[in-house]
Structure formats: C-alpha cells, structure tokens
Design a protein around this ligand. Structure first.
Ligand SMILES: [Zn+2]
Length: 228
C-alpha cells in the first residue's frame, strides 16, 4: 500500500507542475497572440480574394467606359458635320450616352473607393500582426524561461515515477490507472475518523468492517479507494 501512495504522490507532483505550465500567464498570452496571428492570416486571404475580384471589375468597367467615350466622340463629330434637322434628332441620343457614361464613371469611382478600403484593411491587419508577433515573441521568451525551470523537474519526477511504478503491485496500479486520468487527483485516500478523506463522507458500518478485513474499499460517494 505504501508503494502506491508514494507513486501517487509523485504523479500528483507531476500533474501539478504540468498544470502550472499550462496556466502560466505568459504562455497563455503567447498562445492568444498565436491564435490572433492565425486569424489575421485567414482574414488576409479573404481580403486578397476581395481585392482581386474588385480589381477585375474595375478593369472591366474602365474598358467599357473607354469604349463608351470613343462612341460618344464619334457621335459628337457626326453631329458637327450633319447640321440641321439630323443634328437636332441626334441630341437626345448623345444625352443618353452622356448620362450612361456618367453612371459608369460613378461606378468606377465607387469601385476605387472599395479597393482603397480593402487596402486600408490589409494595412491595418498587417500593422497589428507585426505588433502581435513582437508581443508573442516576448511572452514566449518569458514562458520559455519558466518552462526551462519546470521541465527538468518534471523529467526528474517522471524517471522517479517509472522506478516507483516497478515497486507497486499490478493490481493496485490497474486500480490507479483506471481512475487517475479523470478529474480525480488522489485516487487512494486514507480513512480518517470513519470518513473518506477524499469527500468527507461517513463510511457505513458494513463498509467499515470490509475495510478492516480487506484493508481497502471503494468510496460509495466519490469512487476513490479508501485505505486503512
Ligand atoms: Zn469519498
């Protein structure tokens, strides 16, 4: 029994150190920054697609606009040479062309505005990413200092644990392994004044006599193993 208790103590120490590392504020900050950088990457990809689509629309619109202006120029020349009634009849056509050209021009301006907005978004994201990367490196360096202190302790405990494991009966190890991976930190707890030390529940008279004869029982309340 003593050997499994010792094994449990070492195992709990390792778990505590691992939890300490996981909860380390610098480590968590570094992870946050890392996640932020990942999100930025995704956003940049979608902005890039946006920019490409806008640029294609822009090129197309400009080509249509230039074609329009050419036609308008020709019409104006025709009016100049035609004169009289024919010229007068062409005026509404030219007006329609002019107003369509103006609409296209507005469309091109709005496309330009949207392209500028995308460029601004990209620039902001990249600026923020540069800051985040800088901060991540600082947090990570701080975390690494902590890790370099704790990891050797964990490794030493792990080799101690492996040695101790050889001393424990397979039966008790199986009991321990089955429950130690869950939320339970202590799987084996002593009986103290007729109570389970894990959950403070009173042990029934029947269970108590079983404990006295077997030396070990399973707590009916918390599932831990209670030993004498
Ligand atoms: Zn209990």
């Amino acid at each position: 029994m003593q050997e499994i208790i010792k094994y449990q103590e070492i195992d709990i120490k390792i778990k505590k150190l691992n939890a300490e590392l996981k909860a380390n504020a610098n480590g968590q900050k570094a992870l946050e920054m890392q996640q932020f950088l990942k999100d930025v990457q995704t956003k940049l990809v979608s902005l890039d697609e946006n920019a490409k689509a806008l640029s294609q629309q822009y090129d197309k619109s400009v080509a249509v606009y230039n074609e329009f202006i050419k036609k308008l120029d020709n019409l104006v020349k025709e009016v100049d040479t035609a004169g009289g009634e024919k010229a007068a009849s062409m005026v509404p056509i030219i007006e329609k062309f002019s107003s369509d050209a103006e609409k296209l021009d507005n469309h091109i301006s709005s496309l330009q505005g949207r392209m500028n907005a995308v460029s601004r978004d990209v620039k902001n994201l990249v600026d923020n990413a540069v800051k985040a990367r800088h901060n991540r490196d600082i947090y990570k360096a701080e975390f690494d200092k902590e890790r370099e202190k704790i990891e050797p302790q964990i490794n030493a405990l792990k080799s101690e644990l492996a040695k101790q494991r050889a001393k424990v009966s397979p039966e008790l190890l199986a009991k321990y392994d089955a429950k130690a991976d869950g939320k339970m930190s202590e799987v084996f707890v002593p009986e103290i004044n007729g109570k389970c030390k894990g959950c403070r529940m009173e042990i029934s008279a029947g269970k108590m006599s079983l404990l006295n004869s077997n030396g070990i029982i399973e707590c009916e309340n918390c599932g831990r193993y209670i030993y004498k």
